[in-house]
Design a protein around this ligand. Structure first.
Ligand SMILES: Nc1nc2c(ncn2[C@@H]2O[C@H](COP(=O)(O)OP(=O)(O)O)[C@@H](O)[C@H]2O)c(=O)[nH]1
Ligand SMILES: [Mg+2]
Length: 311
């Protein structure tokens, strides 16, 4: 039987949860929270890569309550849950980008090499196809022939159209071709796979601007979304990637991949809070249905081991 989204998320977050809840686990009995407990918790939060801003916010708030004498060890986990959810609400708005009727919805997928862009495109396409909508994949990562072939296999697997040119072709030219074809065919969703090997910020910015200019020549207002894909296993490095990409492009959302098997899943919250781009989806495996819509409550529950009974 297929696992429910929450079970998959819960399982995927197990290593992060173990590392995050070490200090909570060791609390026996019910007593007032002391400074040592807060310091242990702070280390756990930083180790799980929640990032300094969110960690400081959360620990400071808990410390204030502890000083007033209104925080016992039994309250710690529910208090932490509320504070993390508050932190997320203060981070970035999480609304989905609306689709315009009568023209293809265009999504650029960006991120460093190996972060999981092509795989995420495959999963997104599968989801869209099973909802009965048409998809086109555009192979604008032209650096290696293998990357183009990999995208083509995902197109075949998901029943999506596929547009590519030869290895080394100008990505902007592939985007132009792809969008023209999508417009002519009335495709619902266009997923553009881009290259992640752009060494400097200026270089990255220039490349993304060029792809945007070309896309707009074909479809007014394109791209509708620019999704940044970040490998969660890279922890704080992923946070830095998110910062660089926000400076180079107007991102509409982040996808955190490889949450399965990492203890650094807290970076998902860190990016949301510190970089201010909403996390839209999380990847919890290599399969077609291993992409989950981001849900702040489910995520925090998965991190803390709270609330799992109700689902
Ligand atoms: N475990 C796991 N592996 C993933 C996930 N997403 C992608 N991968 C793997 O990460 C590797 C790089 O992915 P790819 O899509 O080629 O990255 P790209 O270079 O950004 O296009 C591949 O081996 C994928 O199977 C995920 O959510 N979980
Ligand atoms: Mg790729």
């Amino acid at each position: 039987m297929a696992l429910s989204g929450f079970k998959k998320l819960f399982r995927g977050l197990s290593r992060t949860r173990e590392s995050l809840t070490t200090s909570l686990q060791s609390l026996v009995g019910n007593r007032p929270v002391d400074e040592e407990t807060l310091e242990d918790l702070e280390v756990d939060l930083l180790t799980a890569d929640l990032g300094p801003t969110l960690t400081r916010e959360v620990v400071d708030a808990l410390r204030q309550r502890a000083r007033k004498g209104s925080l016992s060890t039994a309250d710690l986990r529910p208090a932490l849950r509320e504070l993390l959810l508050d932190g997320l609400r203060n981070g970035a708005p999480g609304n989905d980008v609306e689709r315009q009727a009568g023209r293809p919805h265009v999504v650029f997928v960006v991120g460093v090499n190996g972060s999981g862009k092509t795989t995420t495109i495959g999963k997104l396409a599968a989801r869209e196809r099973s909802a009965g909508r048409s998809v086109m994949m555009v192979a604008a990562d032209t650096f290696r022939a293998a990357a183009i072939d990999q995208l083509q296999r995902w197109a075949e697997r998901s029943g999506s159209d596929f547009i590519s040119q030869r290895e080394g072709a100008d990505p902007a030219s592939v985007v132009f071709d792809g969008l023209q074809a999508a417009k002519a065919r009335g495709t619902d969703l266009v997923l553009v796979d881009t290259a992640g090997r752009l060494h400097t910020k200026a270089n990255l910015m220039a490349e993304l601007e060029k792809l945007t200019r070309v896309a707009r020549k074909v479809i007014e207002g394109a791209p509708d979304e620019v999704l940044l894909v970040v490998d969660a296993t890279t922890g704080q490095n992923g946070l830095n990637q998110a910062r660089t990409f926000t400076q180079a492009a107007t991102l509409t959302g982040v996808v955190l991949t490889k949450l399965d098997g990492t203890a650094k899943g807290g970076v998902t919250l860190g990016i949301h809070r510190e970089v201010g781009i909403p996390v839209r989806m999380v990847g919890v495996g290599e399969g077609l249905d291993d992409l989950l819509q981001f849900d702040a409550e489910a995520f925090v529950d998965g991190l803390l081991g709270t609330g799992q009974e109700e689902r």
